[in-house]
Design a protein around this ligand. Structure first.
Ligand code: GCO
Ligand code: CA
Length: 260
C-alpha cells in the first residue's frame, strides 16, 4: 500500500487558480486526487482550468467568495451534488495589505482578517459536517511565517495568520475524535505574485530574504508539494494540530549580518 496515494480522493483548494494554491493543487493531482478549485476572478479560473486539464488532471472550478457564508454554503452544496463529497480541504485563499499599523485603515485590517481567518473557518465548518458523518477527512490551513513572527507593515496579516494557527489547533481538538486531521503548512518566503512587489531585483527586501533564509533562496511554489501530499494522505493519519513550516530554515535561526 502506498501511504501517499490520493487516488479516489477529492481535494478542494480555495484560491487554487494561481500561486501557491495552484502548485499545491498540482501536487495533490499528481498523487491522484481530483481537484475542485475556488476563485473569484473568472479569467484566472478559466486559465487555471485550462492549465490543469492540459496536464491531464480532473479539475473543476467554482467562483465564489469564501468570506460570504451564504454563498459558500450554496456553492458547497452545489459542489457536493455535482462532484461529490470532499475528502481534502486546503484553505489557501488569502490576501495581504502592507501598511504601517499606525495608519492602516481599519477597513483594510478587517478585510484581511475576513479573507485569511474567517474564510477558512467558514469553509472548514462546511466540510466538517460531511467529514464528521464519514468519520474521515483532511483539512490543511495555509499559515505563514507571520503565524510566528512579525514584520513592519503586515499587522493584519500576522494577526490573521497567527489566528489561523490557533484555529488549526482548536479544530483539531474538536474534530480529531471523528478521524479528521486538521493541520497547517507555514510557507516561508516564496516566489509568487503576492511577494512580487517585494522581490524585484534591487528591492532591499529581496536581499534581506535571501540573507535571512538559511537555504539562501526564495522558495519555489513546487517546494510545497511533498508537505501538502503528506498532510492530505494516510501517511499523516495520527498527525493533528501541527503546523509544518516549509521555510528553508527561517524559523530555525535568528539570522545573520549581511556580510556573512
Ligand atoms: C510579506 C510577505 C509574507 C509572505 C508569507 C511569509 O509581505 O512579508 O508577503 O507575508 O507572503 O506569508 O510566510
Ligand atoms: Ca503567499
Amino acid at each position: 500500500m502506498n501511504l501517499f496515494d490520493l487516488k479516489g480522493k477529492r481535494a478542494l483548494i480555495t484560491g487554487g487558480t494561481h500561486g501557491l494554491g495552484m502548485a499545491m493543487a498540482e501536487g495533490l493531482a499528481n498523487a491522484g486526487a481530483e481537484l475542485i478549485i475556488t476563485g473569484t476572478t473568472p479569467a484566472k479560473m478559466e486559465e487555471a482550468l485550462n492549465y490543469y486539464k492540459g496536464k491531464g488532471y480532473t479539475a473543476s472550478g467554482y467562483l465564489f467568495d469564501v468570506t460570504n457564508e451564504l454563498d459558500a454554503a450554496k456553492y458547497f452544496s452545489i459542489i457536493t451534488k455535482e462532484i461529490g463529497d470532499i475528502h481534502i480541504l486546503v484553505n489557501n485563499a488569502g490576501i495581504i495589505k502592507r501598511e504601517l499599523a499606525v495608519s492602516m485603515p481599519v477597513s483594510d485590517f478587517r478585510k484581511v482578517i475576513d479573507v485569511d481567518l474567517v474564510g477558512p473557518f467558514i469553509m472548514s465548518q462546511l466540510v466538517a459536517k460531511q467529514m464528521i458523518e464519514r468519520r474521515e477527512g483532511k483539512i490543511i490551513n495555509i499559515c505563514s511565517m507571520m503565524s510566528e513572527l512579525g514584520r513592519n507593515t503586515v499587522s493584519a496579516y500576522a494577526a490573521a495568520k497567527g489566528g489561523l494557527k490557533m484555529l488549526t489547533k482548536n479544530l483539531a481538538t474538536e474534530w480529531a475524535k471523528y478521524n479528521i486531521q486538521v493541520n497547517g503548512i507555514g510557507p516561508g518566503y516564496f516566489a509568487t505574485s503576492q511577494t512580487e512587489p517585494i522581490r524585484v531585483d534591487g528591492h532591499p527586501f529581496n536581499d534581506f530574504i535571501i540573507n535571512r533564509t538559511p537555504a539562501a533562496r526564495w522558495g519555489n511554489p513546487d517546494d510545497l508539494a511533498g508537505t501538502v501530499i503528506f498532510l492530505a494522505s494516510k501517511a499523516s493519519d495520527f498527525v493533528n494540530g501541527q503546523i509544518i513550516y516549509v521555510d528553508g530554515g527561517i524559523l530555525a535561526t535568528i539570522g545573520k549580518p549581511s556580510n556573512e
